[in-house]
Design a protein around this ligand. Sequence first.
Ligand SMILES: Nc1ncnc2c1ncn2[C@@H]1O[C@H](COP(=O)(O)OP(=O)(O)OP(=O)(O)O)[C@@H](O)[C@H]1O
Ligand SMILES: [Mg+2]
Length: 307
Amino acid sequence: MTKSAPFDRVGMERVCGFVNGKGGVLKTTLTANVGGLLAASGWRVLLIDMDPQGNLGLDLGYRHGPNDDDGKNLAQSLMFESPLVPLKGVRENLDVVPGGEQLDQAAAGLVAMGSKNGDQAKLALAKAISKLATDYDAIFIDCPPGNEPLQVAALGAAAFVIVPTKTDKGGREGLLGVAKRLDTVLDVNPDLDLLGVVVTATTSSATNVQRVAREAIAEAFGTHDVLFNGTVRYAEATAQAAREKGVLVHELEQQVKDGPKWYEVLNGKAEGVANQPRSAGNVAEDLHQITQELVSRLLKAEERNAS
Ligand SMILES: Nc1ncnc2c1ncn2[C@@H]1O[C@H](COP(=O)(O)OP(=O)(O)OP(=O)(O)O)[C@@H](O)[C@H]1O
Ligand SMILES: [Mg+2]
């Protein structure tokens, strides 16, 4: 059998997948917030939710709204090569292809497709993205924690992966799982690269735990370079409020700043507002730092690839 020509990835140099087979490590939080911060800074950003849970829509506030198709467009695009039609202007400069339950069907479709033609299934998302990639400065894919066919399709499309991981014992396992998945797609996506590992905290008082986890990761990779310097601190109140309200953390921070001050509430000059956590500013700062680092890592990789 003759080998097919390599897939043309022009314009797809900044497709990044947020990947970890482990659940709850902040894949969605980072996709939404880093994407949102980049969009706010003027980049044209597309987010693609490959998760049947559709949680990206919670963080951005469109989930179960009139424009949420529960992943139908994305599913059809994966199965039948119909064009991706993103939701436009979810924020300024930010478009989104929603995920949701419809993707379960697409996953089954990809398995069937893969049994006939493995490459076609691995490249299903890559093909869909390639048609609109030049409209954007960056494209982020939020990957599901399980669901191998969807994860593989996401990795088949990505130029870079970012692996969020927690400081708990399962972190290493998660990283090994990612390495295995990367292996699966290297035949169709040989230049797929690791942009870095983002360590996210499991508790609020975990400086030592953080240090140990970071050392273990650096040792596993044989270098500290893989580690993002920035981390996301543990702040449940902020995370909950952001997701409940469907706002990004920097937007929540702004709401807190614009909201009534405690002394205004106390002296009756203003009414208290529920769910205005004070940690929002700190978490927003963490996410800013990670965004800056992601940009500098992307630019460095581009320089390396150009030389
Ligand atoms: N800084 C934080 N501190 C504590 N909890 C957080 C923080 N940021 C987000 N969370 C919460 O942690 C949970 C998991 O986050 P998220 O959904 O981003 O992870 P995920 O890796 O995408 O999960 P899944 O594997 O289910 O897709 C969510 O309930 C989220 O609100
Ligand atoms: Mg998620």
